[in-house]
Ligand binder design. Sequence first.
Ligand code: NAD
Length: 502
Amino acid sequence: MTVHSEIEIAGLTAPINTQLFINGEFVDAAAGGTIEVLNPFNGKKICDIAEAREEDVDRAVEAAKAAQPAWARMDAADRGQLLLKLADAIEANAEELIKLEALDTGHPVRDARKLDVPRTARCFRYFGGMADKVEGSLPPVYPGFINYVQREALGVVGQIVPWNFPLMFTSWKMAPALAAGNAIVIKPAEITPLSTLRIAALMKEVGIPDGVVNVVPGYGHTAGARLSSHPDIKKIAFTGSTATGRRIVEASAGNLKKVQLELGGKGPNIVFDDAILPAAIGGSAWAIFHNQGQACIAGSRLIVHEKVADEFTEKFAALAKSIRLGNPMDSNTEMGPLTSKMHQEKVLEYAKIAEQEGGEIICGGKAPDDPELANGCFVEPTIVRADMSSRVCQEEVFGPFVTISTFSDDEEALQMANGVIYGLGSGLWTQNLSRAHRFAREIKAGMVWINSYKVVHPASPFGGVGESGYGREMGFEVMNEYTQAKSVWVNVDAQIPPHYER
Ligand code: NAD
């Protein structure tokens, strides 16, 4: 079956492209497969999109391979200029992107308006500015030699992203790769492809050359697996679950492609007895409940000093219960549905697991009773008192689901914080400066937020340790991930090098 190249969606001003984006054109999938895209608020179908399979990925890689050399040779300032234009186009189309993301993912429009869309534009703008600032180096070597190191693009890069922040991740993944001179084949998650397809259309509009970016929405076991194993792809940048990350590493072995992994997390969020409690309570709610808790960096394990635990828990639960659940398209809604039915069921299952393991559900743990929300994938903000060894404290739930455990001294808090396989985001709330820095040093994590949580910026490195993955997004760090060093040796006097003299 073929899908319409463009469809009108009620409430949106521009038509949505539903085909694959290959070599600068929206095209049908070779095998004609389609994927139903559902609205998580009411379970209704939004549209069908074309489903990329192996041969479509191959076509996309061919297009990227053909386009990449000219893209890499282009004046870096001109490459950057195109990303800056894209950032402008995103802002000019902001309202439509906000609604599209809300429709497809369930993100409340108030979040998409304040965060997803401005952050996406900011990220493309940051790396637009970065394109002509990637410098090599001149290491001091032997007398008589000059050694210069230049950073070169990798070639064709495959990018695989999840469904929790599809729009924002287009910028996190694509912006630095493009700034560095790579061409891209990106696979959005099968359930949330719409904003990535829209960004592809905007890329075409602003003049990013055909073939430099290709979008192949499809399933992980077909399109994703083909990208990961493709012999002409030089690197896979992946965000998603730890289990899939492992599969990608295995699949990448064929041509030894570079792999960058942003995986799961189980963020510890420590509240000390000297914390400014209103800030800790508000910040901890943001840490776990923003985006319905569907964030790899979510502060999903609260570790609270026993002296303040009762007061903290009571006020934190009152705040959680006051969060307004509703239609994500309504500007008053603070929490929308989870992004899929399957995921809603998984999160609700963890409430049962918590009870079976002797945990106490302080609030939530169920879908809301409101009949108007009955068809949506909602889960009430959930707080569970649980032991640190329990499954709900060890496994990533990825929903509006937070555990609270208590500690009595710093050493115990640190052990609890580090007692999981993950190491991505982490937070701590204290007024004691030396304790804050000591914990920042000792916590096993890629990011530590002190008296804050989940602050991100395109200039600051983002990534994990342990089973949260490796490699870093953002800042100058990520430019090393998307380039490789070439070392050039010049014998200045053009004489025979000393070690060859006989
Ligand atoms: P997932 O791993 O199931 O899917 C992520 C992407 O991988 C999707 O596009 C999917 O189609 C694809 N995929 C699935 N199987 C594949 C395979 N065999 N080969 C290649 N690609 C395949 O994860 P998800 O459920 O979509 O996303 C949620 C997970 O992502 C959570 O565990 C979360 O912590 C993690 N995540 C991590 C970060 C981070 O930056 N560290 C950010 C967001 C989400």
